[in-house]
Design a protein around this ligand. Structure first.
Ligand code: SAH
Ligand code: TYD
Length: 406
């Protein structure tokens, strides 16, 4: 039994994927002997309702100077963050003369560039030194540290409190969320807001998108579990807004308790979660069964194509795909290569099952008959880009919400 990182109560482990490598740990063949593995398993806490990993990987093994994920590889995400920044400015900066915005997990500056370009005071906190440098190169002020309460106190002393504290796809990465929330509480002005978004548990359950589960994602949030967490820091969820990105995300807006009106969306979403069964352990047992079914269906499809002598490649060396390839046992015998536009991933091999990662040009020059879309969350963008491939008879294989061919 493992204790909940939020409530301290015992969690109920409902799913284990077995041994897993670091999801973003794309590596060279010479490093295979040193590859780090851990057991990827997920539990539910009946007290905080928080779904979480029950074995964690040290953050320094995941976020460092060779971090492989550069946010700006997706144009659609750049547009998403432009609108995110715009809505923060319009909604929360109106009454502030010299607004100050802080972002954690600011990566290569995909969000903060929108504030920096408008001359707004900002600070990025990004522990992975290589992506932090990419942001600095764009003129975005960034410190390379893991955010926690101590860092927050230092920022307040040096720069004062913030009007907005932003976090996209990073809050769910941090196991010590009580320290983070205590830090945010100190850092926010009386009317300041925390706005963050992460993949939404409701979508993961509904779509059986089990590939959202990997080392970096310590938590799978719902409105109910976030309310449990923030209420312990005298903070309050004032709005929640579903987002279509990353296969279904939720944006949470949080303020000091009583400082701002609470939107009706919050209660509505809480009721939806109850209806969906997010507070019923049986839902998670059923999810585990759906995950096993998804694995069987995908393997049947890939093995069938192999028997027919078809060539299968993959698209998007995502961290999510590390869960799929390792859990299903998909190696170079079933998938020839993974095409990816990120230079740091190219020429390397996928974690655990060691499929070669190649530049997009390799895919374009000699396309396989079938392409497993690991970056299914970017399907719209990718299908538009690869229209010609499909017109020439190329097929995309997807496994969310169910295994199917496009
Ligand atoms: N916000 C970006 C990047 C998400 S990836 C986007 O949505 O595209 C998560 C990022 O969070 C990584 O760049 C990682 O280095 C960073 N991170 C991890 N732990 C952190 C912590 N404790 N404080 C600040 N950033 C952290
Ligand atoms: P993403 O799904 O955003 O993240 P995660 O690692 O969190 O699962 O990763 C998308 C990957 O797909 C990234 O490595 C870049 C790559 N990619 C392409 O190769 N081509 C594209 O057109 C797009 C949109 C992404």
């Amino acid at each position: 039994m493992t204790k909940c990182l939020i409530s301290g109560a015992e969690t109920e482990t409902f799913l284990s994927f077995g041994k897993m490598p670091i999801a973003n740990g794309f590596l060279e063949a010479k490093d295979y002997p040193n590859e780090h593995f851990f057991e990827l398993k997920v539990g539910y806490c009946p007290e905080s309702k928080m779904v979480q990993l029950t074995e964690l990987v040290d953050e320094k093994k995941m976020f460092h100077e060779n971090y492989a994920f550069f946010s700006s590889t997706s144009r659609r995400m750049a547009e998403h963050f432009r609108r995110f920044a715009e809505s923060v400015r319009e909604t929360f900066f109106a009454s502030s003369e010299d607004p100050f915005v802080v972002e954690i997990g600011s990566n290569d500056g995909i969000m903060l560039q929108n504030f920096a370009n408008a001359g707004i005071r900002h600070l990025g906190i990004e522990p992975s030194a290589n992506v932090a440098q990419a942001a600095r190169d764009k003129g975005i002020e960034t410190i390379s540290e893991f955010f926690d309460q101590k860092v927050a106190e230092r920022i307040v002393a040096q720069k004062g409190q913030a009007d907005a504290f932003l976090a996209a796809n990073v809050m769910c990465h941090i196991p010590y969320l009580h320290s983070v929330m205590a830090g945010i509480k100190t850092l926010l002005k009386p009317k300041g807001v925390l706005v963050f978004e992460d993949p939404y548990l409701g979508d993961i359950i509904e779509k059986t998108s089990y590939d959202q589960i990997y080392d970096e994602h310590a938590f799978y949030f719902s409105v109910t579990s976030i309310e449990y967490l923030v209420s312990r820091h005298d903070l309050e969820v004032i709005d929640v807004i579903r987002q279509p990105v990353h296969g279904g995300s939720m944006r949470y807006v949080i303020g000091h308790k009583g400082a701002r009106p609470v939107s009706e969306n919050v209660g509505r979403q809480r009721a939806f979660e109850d209806q969906l069964g997010l507070h019923d352990p049986e839902t998670y047992r059923k999810f585990a069964k759906n995950v096993a079914q998804s694995k069987n269906d995908l393997l049947e499809l890939l093995n069938g194509l192999k028997r027919q002598g078809q060539r299968v490649g993959a698209y998007g060396a995502t961290s999510k795909s590390t869960t799929v390839t390792n859990y299903c046992g998909i190696g170079p015998d079933l998938v020839e290569f993974i095409s990816d536009t990120t230079p740091i991933k190219q020429g390397k091999f996928s974690p655990g099952t060691h499929i070669p990662v190649v530049p997009h040009e390799v895919f374009a020059k000699n396309p396989p008959s079938h392409t497993l879309l690991f970056a299914w969350n970017h399907a719209e963008e990718i299908l538009a880009k690869e229209q010609q491939y499909r017109e020439n008879g190329g097929k995309f294989l997807l496994y969310v919400p169910k295994v199917h061919t496009l």
